[in-house]
Design a protein around this ligand. Structure first.
Ligand SMILES: Nc1ncnc2c1ncn2[C@@H]1O[C@H](COP(=O)(O)OP(=O)(O)OP(=O)(O)O)[C@@H](O)[C@H]1O
Length: 465
């Protein structure tokens, strides 16, 4: 084999495929030599290796042969040692029925070091977003169960799985969890996760580089396609047209599709009816806004991770309950608040107590302020327990009145920014220590008395609505 074999192959390739494609795909390769009829090449990522193999493999093989070195196949590895440890999947390996087909499309016999899914052309997967650290509650239990189902091996049961819901409610987390799970249990599956914007970007690039064939081949060769925030293709006519064809081709081949959006299919603006109908043809699941219990569970779970990052930080009792009650906008904000609290406590060497939490999170708390008034709370609580408002404010101590009064004080403390003395004054001129006692009592009762816990949650929801 002559030393200038590869430079000569490159020169010819550059002319045939053009400078742009050459710089993009061939330049990053390292030629490692030919042996026993196998030409060995190393690519910076498995994806590049895969792509070159599929699109230029045959040409490269012919050019090497033309230079006088007969080769029957190309062998791609990855330059990065970490990736090189990934399991190798020979092109002729047998795949389970659900994932049949992808390997057969390689035009020349190659062996590709199969990537972890993070190396596919989509977005990297966040290692924090797994099923293990997804907290399940009533608002997201269906979405979670459906996500679990599509990540199991076996025939596709609903296609697509369409998850929708407001900002920061865990849709992306679930998608990543599906990808991680499939990657772990079915390592041979080609899972492609990307945002709708990236899909569009790749499509536009393919048009620009006149490589629609490659684009189609790539997207149609995956076993599981996951597209995040699909609402972004609304109004982008040719992108949605291509998305539609990709979608149909994959569904026809029995490949799984998972899609997320911030709204249901029929509310996505600027999207064709036939696409809406396709998006609705599988299982459409609403990820509901979090409730108090779910937020508390998420906080406790995320706090464990924070505690590992900042060991030794002490958190006062009631802080998570307070945050779960006060910050109901979305989980991302809740998580940001927790991160900030732990970082602050660690930097200034303080324990996390109520005063510190209020000081450190004043902007977040202000933004999430619910503008609920003490008058509204008193009215709603009186209605709920069927007692007179005058009794809640008056001196009666009977349990039938004192308990609702305590609940009303608890809600006033948690849903308004009023100080304890102010709350006391509004409840018939009581002392602030009475308010403290009421708040503590209700906090305690909520953990042992399901009825009180339900009452508080229901009232909170009605007051926030
Ligand atoms: N049930 C949950 N358990 C644990 N973490 C959660 C849960 N729900 C949301 N989160 C966390 O909240 C953050 C935001 O979630 P994610 O990005 O998945 O939201 P999203 O619904 O995709 O929002 P967007 O529409 O803005 O993309 C992430 O850090 C995620 O881990």
């Amino acid at each position: 084999m002559s030393a200038d074999l590869w430079p000569r192959v490159c020169e010819e390739l550059r002319i045939v495929i053009g400078q742009d494609a050459f710089s993009h795909w061939i330049d990053p390769l390292q030629f490692r030599g030919c042996e026993d009829g196998v030409a060995r090449l190393a690519a910076p990522t498995p994806f590049i290796g895969n792509w070159v193999s599929q699109h230029y493999g045959e040409r490269i093989q012919k050019l090497i042969c033309k230079s006088g070195t007969p080769v029957v196949r190309l062998d791609f590895t990855v330059l990065d040692q970490r990736m090189a440890r990934a399991p190798a999947v020979p092109a002729n390996s047998e795949k389970p029925a659900r994932y049949a087909g992808a390997a057969a499309q390689a035009p020349v016999a190659t062996s590709i070091v199969r990537p972890a899914d993070t190396e596919l052309p989509g977005s990297p997967l966040d290692p924090k977003y797994k099923f293990d650290n997804f907290v399940v509650g009533k608002p997201n239990e269906l979405a979670h169960a459906a996500a679990r189902r599509v990540s199991e091996p076996g025939p596709v049961t609903f296609n697509p799985l369409f998850l929708y819901g407001g900002v920061g409610l865990g849709k992306t987390h679930l998608m990543h969890a599906i990808a991680w799970q499939i990657q772990e249990t079915q390592p041979e599956a080609r899972v492609l996760y990307l945002s709708a914007e990236q899909f569009m970007y790749r499509f536009v690039q393919a048009l620009r580089f006149k490589d629609m064939h490659g684009f189609k081949q790539l997207f149609r060769s995956v076993d599981v396609l996951m597209v995040d925030d699909v609402q972004f293709i609304g109004g982008k006519d040719s992108t949605q047209e291509e998305f539609f064809h990709t979608f149909n081709a994959l569904v026809d081949q029995g490949r799984q599709i998972v899609i997320t959006s911030d709204r249901p299919p029929n509310e996505i603006q600027g999207i064709e009816d036939r696409i809406i109908s396709r998006l609705q043809s599988g299982l459409v699941v609403d990820v509901h806004p979090t409730d108090y219990e779910l937020r508390l569970g998420i906080l406790q779970s995320k706090a464990e991770a924070q505690a590992r990052l900042h060991p030794g930080i002490e958190v006062d009792h009631g802080i998570f309950e307070y945050l779960a009650m006060r910050i109901s906008s979305n989980v991302r904000v809740l998580e940001g608040a927790l991160t900030r609290l732990f970082a602050f406590a660690s930097l200034v060497g303080r324990r996390i107590d109520m005063e510190m939490a209020q000081e450190c999170l004043s902007d977040i708390l202000r933004a999430s302020e619910r503008k609920v008034t003490i008058d509204e709370i008193i009215r709603k609580v009186a209605e709920h327990y069927n007692v007179r408002m005058a009794d809640l404010l008056g001196p009666r101590r009977a349990r039938s009145v004192s308990r609702p009064r305590q609940v009303a004080m608890f809600l006033s403390k948690n849903l308004t920014t009023k100080s304890l003395p102010e709350i006391g004054r509004r409840f018939g001129g009581r002392d602030h220590t009475t308010v403290i006692h009421a708040v503590k009592k209700v906090e305690e009762l909520r953990t042992i008395d399901a009825q009180i816990s339900d009452d508080v949650e229901l009232l909170r929801r009605m007051l926030e609505a």
